[in-house]
Design a protein around this ligand. Structure first.
Ligand SMILES: *[C@@H]1O[C@H](CO)[C@@H](O)[C@H](O)[C@H]1NC(C)=O
Length: 421
């Protein structure tokens, strides 16, 4: 008994002193992360900017890969450059800071760094990544640099750059080696600026749901990324940059102990989980009260995890009604236009411009926003909403939420503080 108590004290002490050995650019764990994603900027997403896709007049253009492949390169390039220069500017960083947020998460694709032979991708995003970091610094915001697309696609989603039925990143060691090299580049770019870039996410949403082949590659990739991000100066000197790994759609218990201090002394690692309720038929069919209860239930289901836990994507939207949300040319489960789905109701008034939203829908969005912010702050290290702006899906955007009042001007300004009690 006494011996095991001493033993646990010794472990606790070494964990505590390890935790002190680095000084992150943000007090993760004591101050809550409150942030927003800059989706659809440096990685195109058809549902965030449907006009860019519709303007091509080509239905085969469904992601950034085909955007560059199936139209004249100079047209694709000039469209992308105009988009990068206008979709997000310094005034967005100013507005994000004014809304009381402290982080932005910035998705970027591997093709910003390196395009392989035969790949149609157009690069030119890096100057905007650099500008974003400067603008964030100007307004006191922290940037999570998030590698959102890897060679071969890590999940087959259009937001990885390339939509496909079965992703091919994990099954090809050349793809993984290229991604490792890009992570080294990213870590090197920001290793001396942890105040503005305190944390790097080595890969968004790898397809752990495809099974153990993917999971074993991912676990090794997270370990290699740990080395690349935490030791960018070589093996003797650590950086102050945190590594934000994603749960690969596994239950948190799957990751118990992984890259914690008890795992070879690892430190400076945080876990990213994404929480959406609208990508199943059952989720779309839930009542408003069930959606709120499901959000509140995260208060206990996310609690007690052994790494800093950040909910890096979530939204007050509870239907898949937004045009192209499931992919360009694919319909919605909610209104039954998605293959195999059963209609719950009409999407009219539930997506698009908030000027068409009823006051009861806006009240529901407010409750959903608050229930999730409360649950995620109670259980974990904070949250980053998806996403700051979209052309025509206001139910998803922080910007419209602020404008139309379902997101508080100050993220602590709850109207329903007891919603999860
Ligand atoms: C593996 O991926 C690389 C690109 O990263 C590609 O050139 C190569 O053809 C792929 N190998 C196979 C067997 O598909």
């Amino acid at each position: 008994m006494a011996r095991s108590l001493l033993h646990s004290i010794a472990i606790a002490c070494s964990a505590a002193s390890l935790a002190l050995a680095i000084s992150p650019g943000f007090p993760y764990g004591s101050e809550k992360v409150r942030g927003v994603n800059l989706g659809g900027w440096l990685v195109l997403e058809p549902w965030i900017t449907p006009s860019l896709f519709d303007n091509t007049g080509n239905d085969a253009i469904v992601d950034e890969y085909t955007f560059c492949q199936y139209q004249d390169t100079s047209v694709a390039q000039s469209t992308l450059e105009a988009h990068w220069a206008s979709w997000i500017t310094e005034s967005d960083f100013e507005a994000i800071a004014a809304a009381g947020l402290n982080h932005v998460r910035l998705p970027i694709g591997y093709w910003a760094f390196e395009v392989g032979p035969g790949e149609p991708y157009i690069s030119g995003q890096l100057p905007y990544l650099q500008k974003a970091v400067t603008w964030a610094g100007n307004h006191g915001l922290k940037v999570i640099v998030d590698l959102h697309g890897a060679p071969g696609s890590q999940n087959g989603f259009d937001n990885s750059g390339q939509r496909m039925d079965y992703p091919t990143w994990h099954s090809n060691s050349t793809n993984v080696a290229r991604t490792d090299a890009i992570l080294k580049t990213i870590a090197d770019m920001f290793k001396d600026n942890p105040t503005v870039v305190p944390i790097i996410a080595p890969l968004n949403e790898p397809a752990g749901f495809d099974g153990s082949d993917v999971l074993s590659v991912i676990k090794q990739y997270w370990r290699d990324s740990y080395g690349n991000i935490r030791y960018p100066y070589g093996s003797s000197q650590q950086s102050n940059t945190l590594v934000l790994i994603h749960d690969a759609f596994q239950p948190l218990s799957y990751w118990d102990g992984f890259l914690t201090p008890s795992d070879n002394g690892a430190q400076g690692v945080a876990m990213d989980t994404h929480i959406y309720q609208m990508f199943t038929d059952a989720g779309n069919a839930m009542s408003d009260d069930d959606h709120i209860q499901s959000a509140c239930a995260q208060k206990s289901s996310l609690a007690g995890f052994d790494l800093w836990l950040i909910v890096g994507e979530w939204t007050p939207a509870m239907t898949d009604c937004a045009k192209y949300l499931n992919g360009r040319g694919i319909g919605s489960r909610y209104d039954g236009t998605y293959p195999g789905s059963t209609a719950v109701g009409s999407c009219t008034g539930l997506t698009g411009s908030a000027s068409t939203f009823s006051s009861s829908f806006k009240t529901f969005l407010r409750k959903m926003w608050e229930a999730q912010a409360i649950a995620f702050e109670s259980a974990g290290a904070g949250w980053v909403q998806w996403t700051w702006k979209a052309e025509n899906a206001d139910e998803w955007t922080y910007q419209a939420g602020l404008q139309y009042g379902w997101i508080p001007q100050n993220p602590e300004g709850y109207e329903y503080p007891g919603i999860c009690d």
